[in-house]
Design a protein. Structure first.
Length: 81
């Protein structure tokens, strides 16, 4: 026979939640597959927004790479004259 998976209960939200959910103290809400609360995005990172979080981190890394690459290029051009 099939075993029943009982839902967990969040005493802070006073609702039934998924077993892998966790209550975020910063947002004061339960997040499914909670990872962490991102202070830069001011949002919880969980099941529904992993892709958006990774895309934003990749975008920031690309921008930092472009700025550093430009600085190195300009420094090289300035020092070679």
């Amino acid at each position: 026979s099939e075993t029943d998976v009982t839902d967990a209960f969040c005493s802070y939200c006073d609702v039934h939640v998924q077993p892998r959910s966790k209550h975020c103290r910063e947002c004061n809400k339960c997040v499914d597959v909670f990872d962490h609360h991102c202070m830069w995005l001011n949002n919880c990172i969980g099941k529904k927004n992993y892709l958006e979080f990774l895309l934003s981190i990749t975008g920031v890394a690309a921008m930092v790479g472009i700025v550093l690459g430009t600085c190195v290029y300009l420094l090289y051009e300035y020092c070679s004259e």
